[in-house]
Write a protein that binds this ligand. Structure first.
Ligand SMILES: [Zn+2]
Length: 255
């Protein structure tokens, strides 16, 4: 990993706040400095975005950008724990900032209330070190996937449905990209979600992000993790690049 920004120095307060992190093998002060120096772009402040950003915030990610153009609705509150009844109608990114800044006043939270499109994604993501996919639709995920490839930064992908979840760590062209794995989008639908399911998978997205930033452990590069909450099983499958992928393969630029 190489944070694009200058290495931040830990304050005495940081050393106390993140003491239990720095005790993790391989993490230490250097790892925590990398986390503090990082800019993470989280796309979506919903079911996945809630636990992901809350754990990235308390982990001390120095600059946390959170992008969502929608507003919380009552039917979101079974899972979107960044928000509460008093935030209904507010922009989700702005509501997220209130929650995240209260959890950790020492970090910079950047709320972005713009809809992510192919035309603006490069500017919105800016100098981020990593993109975290907390979206609920594939068209936007594809836009983020291509942006990550152009910028040469990783893209943590996850999704949930009911009591199931999926996750992988994409750093294309080294790994398969999202199009290699899911060549066409599933039809849009209002799908069932147990609130704690994005809790499980969002926490894993935060862990993957922090592992990449610190260099601790192995990410889910080239593997798809599938969580079946009905049978309570985690299974991982190897992934292959599609040589004809229109985004990262031999077909790139021809589609
Ligand atoms: Zn691909």
């Amino acid at each position: 990993m190489g944070s694009r920004s200058e290495r931040a120095v830990l304050s005495d307060e940081d050393k106390e706040r993140y003491h239990r992190h720095m005790m993790i093998a391989g993490w230490g002060e250097t790892g925590q400095e990398r986390v503090k120096s990082a800019r993470v772009f989280v796309a979506g402040a919903g079911g996945l975005g809630s636990p992901t950003t809350m754990y990235l915030a308390v982990a001390g990610v120095g600059r946390l950008a959170i992008c969502d153009c929608d507003s919380p609705e009552l039917s979101n509150l079974n899972r979107q724990i960044l928000h509460d009844d008093s935030r209904i109608g507010m922009n989700k990114a702005k509501s997220a900032k209130l929650t995240l800044s209260a959890l950790n006043p020492a970090i910079e939270v950047e709320p972005i209330s713009t809809r992510i499109e192919a035309e603006n994604v490069d500017e919105l993501v800016g100098e981020a070190d990593i993109i975290v996919d907390c979206m609920d639709n594939f068209p936007t995920r594809y836009v983020l996937n291509e942006c990550a490839l152009r910028k040469g930064i990783p893209f943590v992908h996850a999704s949930v449905w009911g009591l199931e979840g999926k996750l992988t760590f994409i750093h294309s062209p080294e790994t398969p990209c999202l199009r290699c794995i899911f060549p066409s989008p599933p039809p849009p639908e209002v799908f069932p979600v147990l609130g704690a399911a994005p809790g499980v998978i969002g926490c894993l997205e935060a862990i993957e992000t922090l592992k990449y930033l610190t260099g601790v452990g192995e990410t889910m590069k080239g593997r798809l993790l599938v969580w079946d909450g009905v049978e309570m099983e985690f299974t991982s499958y190897p992934l292959r690049k599609d040589p004809k992928c229109p985004v990262c393969g031999g077909g790139a630029g021809q589609g």
